[in-house]
Design a protein around this ligand. Structure first.
Ligand SMILES: C[S@@+](CC[C@H](N)C(=O)[O-])C[C@H]1O[C@@H](n2cnc3c(N)ncnc32)[C@H](O)[C@@H]1O
Length: 187
């Protein structure tokens, strides 16, 4: 794991709609290049209570919601799991998924918690050719007015370097107000 894992006792904070000021559903869909009717398999890394998973689910055929903490999946169940979403209890660096079985990966506000290099290697295995990866996370370049301490965060340049080393083609590596956004393909 990275610096720390999110405290399940604070899970209710993840269901607050004011979070859309930092990242909206449509920003994620745009970066994923996903529209209506996609027949794709989406992987949500560190899905938590399902706040973004549930927002994205109507735009994909099926979604695997990966989280290492069973308590977070319990919160997701309490919120209601969409019919096309499967809950997968796993660490992101050892996924119980077949090679090339995933079309797109999204991860929100989680990358700084992950074993990044091993996770990226695992994503290259499970992503299909030209599969897309979108990461939004709190940025080390942000002001620290929300989210984890800046000392625990990564910057867009750090992630660009890690993804490039892992063999991804990085299309976007952007610093925003408090967050960063990365969009890459697996080829
Ligand atoms: C800050 S929460 C964000 C949840 C969700 N992505 C969101 O934006 O609402 C981070 C989540 O990542 C999970 N997590 C942390 N390390 C993980 C790992 N190595 N593998 C899988 N999940 C992990 C935590 O359990 C937690 O639910």
């Amino acid at each position: 794991m990275g610096f720390h894992t999110f405290d399940p006792a604070k899970a209710a904070r993840l269901d607050d709609e004011s979070r859309y000021q930092f990242c909206s559903r449509d920003e994620l869909l745009g970066a994923l290049a996903a529209g209506g009717g996609a027949d794709d398999h989406l992987l949500d890394l560190g899905s938590g209570t399902g706040f973004y998973t549930t927002a994205l689910a109507p735009f994909f055929d099926r979604v695997s919601a990966v989280d290492i903490q069973p308590e977070m999946h319990d919160h997701f169940r309490d919120n209601g799991v969409p019919a096309n979403v499967s809950l997968v209890e796993s660490s992101t660096d050892s996924l119980p998924l077949a090679d090339s079985s995933v079309d797109a990966v999204v991860s929100t506000m989680t990358a700084h918690e992950l074993p990044l290099a091993a996770t990226l290697t695992e994503l290259r295995r499970v992503l299909d050719a030209d599969g897309r990866l979108v990461i939004v996370d709190w940025s080390a370049e942000g002001r620290g007015e929300a989210g984890p301490p800046r000392s625990e965060r990564l910057g867009a340049a750090d992630l660009r370097e890690s993804l490039t080393e892992a063999g991804f083609s990085v299309e976007r590596a952007e610093e925003r107000g408090e967050t960063l956004l990365i969009a890459a393909t697996s080829n």
